[in-house]
Design a binder for this molecule. Structure first.
Ligand code: 0RA
Length: 685
């Protein structure tokens, strides 16, 4: 969430005059000062989005972004993030160091201004600063981090000396003072997030790694190091450095896929105020994978830069294709969809003042970004095609194939539709439909296997629950095209049951069930089928996921019985809690001791609790093991069941896993399976 400006600017001072110091560097006077930190502690959410885990990580992003800005301005090449014991984190860069001289008006060091005043910092100093914003959206300033940290210290190496200063909840505890000599330059900010403000103060290593990997791709030549020193025994260190910048990013995105041509197109040029950097390469995949960034911020909904890119791509490929005779005279021009099939690209823009649109600010709005991207990319693509004629031929062939396949698919679909195969009249025989015709009440359970399907049919509430059993592996959709998919009986059954149609022809208003629930076993096969179904929905019914119609049933893992009482547990932890509760000793009795024995024959666990209470523990290996009543009670009864709503991110993740498992390239698949074999049961989303 973007930080908002506080409504009232308390104590807003006139910006200090901007002028360069004798050396042409920034001195304290160039820093524009706005106001103190009180509003930050009053309404943290306005500055960092939330006080949850995401807000906590914002503190790190904020400090890191400042260092990355310094790197992007060409003054630093390494940023090190350390996660330290007791909730401390530190960020070190080898940039110029925050200026240490005193501000003529405020009579404190520039360091102190940067850390104690909102929006103080060279990067807000205006257009001529040449000091770009890596954040753009959340560039709220390190003072916000200071305000939300119970403790913070800063160390600056500059002008041959090391300076140090300490803070508590945003307040200086001493003056910035030299503590030694140093030949280096750079800044370290170490802070401890205020545990009285944040819901959690524990950083997630993976979140930090993912974000910094992305940053490293977007800023060529920068080295980002993450050191986790929180637990001595678990010390770990990661370094990200990609010489190729966004081309490395494209190669990473294409890992595990078969590239259509060897060379990655790469360009970086400035047009007006806009710096455009693009890398792209086609794969044999059918789907496009284009990521757009502005000032290192992901724009999931694209925007003007994406529009300019698409226009150039279609135009240049058609012109080239006609010129070289790839596209025959009587053939139609390639469409945008044709030329983006199998395309992987990264579009990264740097703009002085980005404007974002849409509720989530996920879309770039600057009109000048369109023309800049279009012209820079059109030039680069023309040159690329001329210089790599073999790659050009592969790309053109691929697009032409897509175009022909699209026309064939349309013809096939028209035939199928004409024959009425997808109409409600011919609901599949395997579907046990519900009585209700009201989509807001009806549910469709997609159940793995015929035996579980049988239990579900018997156990369900006929009025509003429909059951569609699916057998085994339905189809490798990755290799199939839309027309082939429609001829697969299992997929056809599903599509007919849904009622919406498929492809370009989706009618969400015809959806026959408000909730579509995937119910598979909690084992490897179940995970596999779930991944497959999620991929199918992600690729062909994304709207259905966005409108929150897709769920995953969570069957229990254990049945716990003590005497006549029965409870179900959904996780190991659950089970332990339930056992503890059900066998809770009466007041005053001694602590219990439990012994677990496993019945070799049935695999049932028998827990004996000292004092005589016996717990029967049944571990369910599959849905098929539950009788219809149990299945209803635990997994289908709306009063008891646990379901997971599938988000588009979940589905995208499944899609990624799916590509690795099912893609055309065998080598990475082996790698994936061998390195993840132990956790394969967690293959789920
Ligand atoms: C204001 C002006 C200058 C540098 C910085 C701030 C600066 C801030 C941070 C925050 C983390 N690392 C940083 N490195 C630098 C320009 C200084 C000059 O012209 O020498």
């Amino acid at each position: 969430m973007p930080p908002k400006k506080p409504e009232k600017k308390t104590a807003a001072k006139k910006p200090a005059a901007k002028k360069k110091t004798a050396k042409g560097n920034y001195g304290a006077a160039q820093i524009q000062v706005l106001e103190g930190l009180d509003p930050v502690r009053k309404r943290p959410g306005m500055y960092i989005g939330s006080t949850g885990e995401s807000g906590l990580h914002h503190l790190i992003w904020e400090v890191v972004d400042n260092s990355i800005d310094e790197a992007m301005a060409g003054h630093a090449d390494t940023v090190t993030i350390k996660l330290l014991p007791d909730g401390w984190a530190s960020v070190t860069d080898n940039g110029r160091g925050i200026p240490v001289d005193n501000h003529p008006q405020y009579k404190v060091s520039a360091v102190e201004l940067v850390l104690t005043k909102l929006h103080a910092g060279g990067k807000f100093g205006g257009d001529d600063s040449g000091y770009k914003v890596s954040g753009g959206l959340h560039g709220v300033g390190v003072s916000v981090v200071n305000a939300l940290s119970s403790e913070l210290w800063v160390e600056v190496n500059r002008g041959g000396k090391t300076y140090h200063q300490d803070y508590k909840i945003g307040k200086p505890q001493n003056k910035l003072k030299p503590i030694g000599k140093s030949k280096e330059t750079g800044t370290t900010i170490a802070f401890k997030a205020d545990a009285s403000i944040f819901e959690t103060v524990e950083y997630d290593l993976k979140t930090i790694r993912d974000r910094l990997r992305q940053h490293a791709y977007l800023t060529r030549g920068i080295k980002l190091v993450i050191v986790d020193e929180r637990i001595k025994e678990k010390y770990s260190e990661y370094a990200f450095y990609f010489e190729g910048g966004v081309s490395s990013f494209v190669r990473h995105m294409n890992f595990g896929k078969k590239a259509k041509h060897d060379n990655v197109l790469h360009t970086r040029k400035t047009s007006g105020d806009v710096e455009v950097e693009i890398a792209m390469q086609y794969t044999e995949d059918f789907h496009e994978n284009v990521n757009c960034f502005t000032n290192n911020i992901l724009n999931p909904e694209g925007g003007t830069h994406l529009a300019g890119f698409k226009t150039a791509l279609t135009r240049v490929l058609n012109t080239y294709g006609r010129e070289k005779g790839h596209i025959k005279e009587k053939e139609n021009n390639l469409t945008g969809d044709d030329v983006r099939e199998g395309l992987t690209a990264v579009i990264s823009l740097r703009i002085p003042e980005p404007q974002f649109e849409g509720q989530t600010k996920a879309k770039l709005g600057n009109p000048e970004a369109r023309g800049a991207t279009e012209s820079v990319f059109a030039d680069a693509l023309k040159t690329f095609l001329e210089e790599h004629p073999r790659d050009a031929t592969s790309i053109l062939e691929k697009s032409l194939l897509a175009s022909r396949a699209r026309m064939a698919a349309r013809a096939a679909r028209d035939t199928i539709l004409r024959k009425g195969a997808l109409e409600g009249l011919t609901l599949p025989g395997k579907l046990a439909d519900c009585a209700s015709r009201d989509p807001s009440k009806s549910e469709l359970y997609i159940v793995e296997g015929d035996s579980a399907g049988g239990s579900a049919k018997q156990g369900r509430e006929r009025e509003f629950q429909a059951i569609l059993p699916l057998r085994g592996k339905i189809l490798n959709v990755e290799r199939a095209r839309l027309d082939k998919m429609l001829t697969n009986n299992e997929v056809k059954s599903l599509v007919i049951a849904l009622g919406t149609g498929i492809g370009d022809d989706i009618h969400m208003d015809k959806l026959r069930y408000g909730r579509i629930i995937i119910m598979t076993d909690a084992d490897v096969d179940g995970a596999h089928i779930r991944t497959l179904l999620l991929t199918l929905f992600f690729r062909y019914f994304p709207e259905l996921i966005r409108q929150e119609h897709l769920f995953i049933a969570q069957p229990p893992l254990f049945r716990v019985q003590v005497g006549k009482a029965v409870e179900y547990a959904f996780t190991e932890e659950d089970k332990d809690k339930i056992v503890a509760r059900m066998t809770k000793p009466t007041k005053g009795s001694k602590p219990v001791k439990t012994t677990i024995t496993i019945d070799e024959e049935t695999g049932e666990e028998i827990v004996t609790v000292e004092g005589g209470r016996k717990v029967n523990l049944q571990r369910y290996k599959g849905l098929g093991e539950m009788n219809p009543d149990q299945l209803w009670e635990t997994t289908m009864n709306p009063a008891n069941r646990v379901m997971k709503l599938v988000t588009i991110e979940d589905a995208a993740k499944a899609d990624e896993v799916f590509d690795t498992l099912m893609g055309t390239d065998v080598a990475p698949r082996k790698h994936f399976i061998s390195t993840h074999a132990k956790s394969v049961k967690n293959l789920d989303i």
